[in-house]
Design a protein around this ligand. Structure first.
Ligand code: B12
Length: 460
């Protein structure tokens, strides 16, 4: 007879999930967002799942052939992951237990810093606790089978499930990242460091990842606000370049000035509000299958023309109730995970595509135009620079939405966070790694503790 764990994995596999792992009791000692009881009181286990990203769509994206297929595929896959997670939760309920699906993304807890983006449950921490992979330099979870180019999903349950074996905590960092580091070079603002590690204590073991300089340096490229690489040799798909950061990477410790820049550039982009809304609605809510998931064909059956691809995206957005985007391609970066394939050769191949891909910038009609040199890109950017009125900027900034939905104070999580930081700090010190613990730089507390930071700019 099949065990309950086997039945669950069988269900997930038949639904199309690539990898499934289980973390049971004793596997949730870590940062607060590894606590499954935030999602389900009395939770005893989680089922962590992986869907690989579509590789041809990644090639199109990195080589600048088109950003359409990856934009469509991510929306489809996140809906798919959400649907399968809900179906699996239903199946576990049929077996007599309680179960809840964690949406793929955008279920942030309230915080005094509404942009701190702390998830209700961290799929990454869950995947590590369930033995599916370990952290890489970029902080992404890297699996042996697919690298980091994956979508993660989680179901939380009170079923008393047996855990799967864990991967060694340094599996990815020692066996892959040490000699690769191409994810770092794929980030336009170089958010993490390739020469310094930070550590997270999870279930009594220290897990390494690249030290993160400042999460806002990830938020800006990922939301399309800074598309040009630090060496100015290529771009991601972002429409904007922050003037002050084009020649000089900012000092990551100057948190206040970087956040101020994000607050200036977000509204200046003219459609930050609806863009975020597409991501939120596509990732945290589930829609009737025919209106998003089934509307979007698999890569092999996508329409040949860019116009038709854009129309598909716009229809999917409209079906989720979002209009008013200046352009429908909301995914502009994520390159640290897209380049990371199952082995070094594949990763290098993807990275080479990126650095040989040149530049994309908005042209006369607002559509992205491909050019080969920095000078051409600069010229087009200056020529077709679009500005928005103060009213438009305010209307479409989305700032009020963030405050309304994510500002607040959740004492339990903050307390758990404080206890965790202390424990992690002690564990690092005991291991001879004093000061290398991953910090949780809540902006307001950070300002009080560290001061507003240095104004010196740092070139990298
Ligand atoms: C916020 C978020 C983002 C933000 C910030 C990214 C980042 N670097 O953290 C943005 C929008 C920029 C982003 C970008 C991307 N993301 Co994202 N994102 C998330 C999300 C919602 C949470 C990530 C997270 O755990 N962050 C923050 C905290 C919790 O982690 P931490 O800093 O390590 O924790 C420290 C402290 O904050 C503290 N702490 C932790 N939790 C809590 C809670 C409380 C209350 C307190 C007080 C403290 C505290 O403890 C830790 C040690 O100090 C998850 C979905 C999910 N629900 O898990 C997807 C997710 C991580 N993203 C994903 C992906 C794919 C991407 C992109 C590639 C873009 C894309 N979608 O194509 C890029 C990759 C960038 C990168 N290197 O991380 C995947 C990851 C795949 C993988 N292989 O790991 C996820 C899991 C989505 C999914 N369902 O697949 N993302």
């Amino acid at each position: 007879m099949q065990s309950i764990e086997e039945k669950i994995k069988d269900f997930a596999g038949k639904a199309g999930i690539g990898l499934t792992g289980i973390a049971g009791e004793g596997r949730f000692d870590g940062p607060p967002s590894l606590d499954p009881s935030y999602t389900l009181k009395g939770a005893k286990a989680i089922i962590s799942m992986v869907l690989p990203m579509n590789v041809p769509a990644i090639y199109d994206f990195l080589s600048k052939k088109s950003h359409g297929p990856h934009n469509l595929e991510q929306l489809k896959s996140c809906q798919r992951m959400h649907r399968i997670s809900m179906e699996l939760a239903g199946y576990i309920k049929n077996l007599g237990y309680r179960a809840v699906a964690v949406p793929p993304n955008n279920t942030y807890r309230r915080s005094l810093d509404p942009w701190s983006t702390r998830p209700s449950f961290s799929h990454r921490f869950g995947a590590v606790a369930a033995g599916l992979g370990t952290f890489g330099l970029s902080g992404n979870v890297v699996t042996r089978q697919y690298g980091a180019a994956i979508y993660l999903g989680t179901v939380v349950t009170d079923a008393p499930l047996q855990s799967d074996p864990l991967k060694p905590a340094r599996d990815t960092m020692d066996n892959r990242c040490r000699t690769c580091k191409l994810c770092d070079k794929s980030c336009t603002l170089r958010m993490f460091r390739d020469d310094e590690e930070e550590y997270l204590l999870i279930n009594g073991e220290l897990h390494a990842r690249g030290k993160r300089d400042n999460l806002d340096l990830c938020n800006m490229p990922c939301f399309g606000l800074h598309g040009i690489s630090t060496d100015k040799k290529w771009t991601n798909w972002g429409r904007h370049w922050i003037k002050e950061y084009t020649d000089c990477r900012p000092d990551p410790e100057n948190r206040v000035s970087i956040r101020r820049m994000m607050m200036r550039e977000g509204p200046a982009s003219g459609d930050g509000g609806p863009r975020y809304d597409v991501i939120r609605r596509g990732n945290s809510l589930i829609w009737p299958r025919q209106s998003v998931e089934d509307l979007i064909p698999d890569y092999e059956n996508l329409p040949g023309s860019e116009e038709k691809i854009a129309r598909l995206l716009i229809t999917a957005h409209e079906n989720m109730g979002v209009t008013g985007l200046k352009d429908p391609y909301v995914l502009t970066c994520g390159q640290c995970s897209l380049v990371c394939g199952p082995d070094f050769d594949e990763t290098k191949k993807r990275y080479d595509m990126l650095i040989a891909s040149g530049y994309v910038v908005p042209g006369a009609d607002g559509k992205m135009v491909h050019v080969d040199t920095y000078e051409e890109a600069r010229e087009l950017k200056d020529k077709y620079h679009v500005t928005f009125s103060r009213r438009e900027r305010l209307q479409n900034s989305g700032g009020a939405f963030w405050l309304r939905n994510y500002f607040g104070f959740e004492p339990r999580g903050e307390w758990q966070g404080w206890l965790y930081q202390r424990k992690n700090k002690r564990a690092c010190a005991d291991a001879g790694l004093a000061g290398r613990e991953a910090k949780a730089p809540a902006l307001f507390l950070g300002i009080i503790v560290n001061g507003p930071g240095k104004s010196v700019k740092k070139q990298k």
